[in-house]
Ligand binder design. Sequence first.
Ligand SMILES: CC(C)(COP(=O)(O)OP(=O)(O)OC[C@H]1O[C@@H](n2cnc3c(N)ncnc32)[C@H](O)[C@@H]1OP(=O)(O)O)[C@@H](O)C(=O)NCCC(=O)NCCS
Length: 168
Amino acid sequence: MTAAFRVVPFSPEYDSSTFESLDQHLTAYLKEGRAARDLSTGQAAIFLMVDGADRVQGYYTLSSASVPRKEAFSGTQARKFPYPQVAVTLLGRVAIHKDLRGQGIGTDLILHALRQAARAAETVASYAVILDAKNEKVAILYTRLGFVPFKDQPLKLFLPMETIRQLP
Ligand SMILES: CC(C)(COP(=O)(O)OP(=O)(O)OC[C@H]1O[C@@H](n2cnc3c(N)ncnc32)[C@H](O)[C@@H]1OP(=O)(O)O)[C@@H](O)C(=O)NCCC(=O)NCCS
């Protein structure tokens, strides 16, 4: 994370009024109370990237999830899991302010999310971080970090915790 920003747990004390993602759904999620609702109902942990003036410039969400072993993985890989469902961590939403795009800040925020997920997996086990990429361009960003697609689902990607723990 660059020195200009820090990542903090969601709190209404941070100013999200000027936050504007390129994706209006991701803007609305934060500004129209759905993030606060998901936090209060235990559906997502939400982390904000804020600047020196405590203005929100980005965010991500993490949730517990599971994927069916046979749908997600091919033969040999699927067989290593003992149960029909594989415990994973869902990186549900990631967004940065639209004016900050294309400078590597999104990648830094995603790396922060991966490390956070790996730390959480030390106390609540999880095989991998998974996510649904919105489109192929976004998928490329994740494949550069090592994410690989699930069987027959090119935009559904996963990265094992084992790999995340080895990230520099
Ligand atoms: C996705 C997002 C977090 C990436 O942040 P970023 O700081 O722009 O990303 P970085 O600068 O670290 O990396 C840039 C890469 O992102 C990828 N990318 C993601 N969205 C893209 C888009 N709409 N157009 C072009 N490239 C895009 C490309 O691979 C690009 O690489 P390139 O510059 O070599 O072409 C940010 O663009 C964003 O908030 N987008 C809107 C919300 C969104 O799409 N969230 C993801 C939902 S799965």
